[in-house]
Design a protein around this ligand. Structure first.
Ligand code: ATP
Ligand code: MG
Length: 360
């Protein structure tokens, strides 16, 4: 059988993009063939370093099934576009801004935000992390940035983000010491957040992950209204009280037309480090129920793990320490799913009719 671009496209028809669900043949951007070889380039809309070897193998196997011992070379790359929603302003130097939020405190937003940011970097994107918790910033210590580190000032107006574990970071903790509590009223805190977002010299980022403070107050609203967000990730623990607060968080983003890209259920199950016994301390299955109720996805259920806490307390997030560990692979799966959801949810939104209510 002659090898043409059409025959290769047809051969790959049944191999699906694992996150978008459509045929991978749609991602073919380049094709060339020789006597005994074929070279194929595919371009995805999201960073995917963790799955390309497996996909390339599937493609190679399929082509070799049809064309015998042909030498098959498969290359993957990604082109990350900007998709934003809501009425806010784009952030200079950033393609996509993703908020990590929940209605409730202490459920693991900062833990998810920092590991998601690092996982997106490992998958092949340029990433920044903004700590929007003005009163209780935690990213400086989670990323192991030494106490007293201050951003350099560029042309007397912009702050250079602090580079840590290969991502660009900005946090209120780079402005104040650990022992200086932030005693600001709401408007001052919102103003400080706007400065952190707008006056940081983000350098050519595909994704800026925003670690939100708990609740649905002034700071959260400021961010949703003033910054063009690509979507939000909601973190919850499985117990009812946290789920109720997660719902409030989802409603807030819906009201400002920001897509909820998915739910991360944190502290789902405790695995005893002594005997391996599994216990669902905070209940079971709540994240999935909420995801279904709001028509979004459950991105992952993360275990309650002493290793996660110890690593973060020592400024060594799991994904930075060992990107191939079991827990890091879960974060990398979340990262790909979130990045792919930005493409697919935006495509869905565009294809929906715009309904205008006209008063007569
Ligand atoms: N899956 C987990 N296993 C073990 N410890 C965890 C896990 N997730 C978070 N923690 C720990 O729980 C504490 C609270 O987590 P984190 O700071 O991420 O929550 P948060 O939602 O950002 O809190 P806040 O609302 O105060 O900003 C931290 O000490 C963190 O190390
Ligand atoms: Mg936090």
């Amino acid at each position: 059988m002659a090898i043409t671009r059409e025959s290769i496209t047809a051969a790959l028809h049944d191999i699906k993009d694992p996150y978008l669900g459509n045929s991978l043949s749609a991602a073919i951007t380049d094709f060339s063939s020789g006597e005994q070889s074929v070279l194929l380039s595919l371009t995805l809309g999201y960073p995917a370093a963790g799955i390309t070897a497996d996909l390339a193998q599937q493609i190679t196997d399929r082509i070799q099934q049809l064309h015998g011992d042909l030498e098959v070379h498969v290359q993957f790359n990604w082109q990350i576009e900007s998709f934003t929603s809501g009425k806010g302003q784009p952030v200079s130097g950033v393609k996509n801004v993703i908020a990590v939020a929940s209605g409730k405190g202490g459920v693991g937003k900062s833990t998810v935000a920092v590991n998601l940011a690092l996982a997106m970097k490992v998958e092949g994107a340029r990433v920044g992390l903004l700590d929007a918790d003005i009163y209780g910033p935690s990213q400086g210590s989670m990323l192991g940035v030494p106490e007293g580190t201050r951003p350099e000032i560029y042309q007397q107006s912009l702050m250079e983000p602090i580079e840590a574990h290969g991502i660009q970071c900005m946090s209120m903790s780079f402005m104040a010491s650990d022992r200086t509590p932030m005693v600001w009223r709401g408007p001052m805190a919102s103003g400080a957040l706007q400065q952190l977002v707008g006056q940081t010299r983000w350098d050519n980022l595909d994704y800026l992950i925003v670690d939100m403070p708990p609740g649905t107050g002034d700071i959260q609203l400021t961010l949703c209204q003033q910054v063009a967000l690509s979507g939000a990730v909601i973190v919850t623990t499985p117990q009812d009280i946290a789920l109720l607060d997660a719902q409030k968080g989802i409603e807030m983003f819906r009201q400002v037309n920001v897509p909820v890209l998915g739910i991360v259920e944190n502290m789902s199950v405790h695995i005893c480090s002594e005997c391996g016994h599994k216990e669902t301390i905070f209940g079971e299955g709540g994240g999935l129920v909420i995801a279904e109720e709001y028509g979004t996805r459950l991105l992952a259920s993360l275990p309650l793990s002493i290793e996660i806490r110890q690593l973060l307390d020592s400024g060594q997030p799991p994904v930075a320490v060992d990107p191939e560990s079991e827990i890091s692979l879960v974060f990398r799966d979340i990262a790909r799913a979130v990045a792919a959801a930005i493409c697919s949810d935006s495509a869905d939104a565009e294809s929906q009719p715009v309904i205008r209510i006209v008063n007569d």
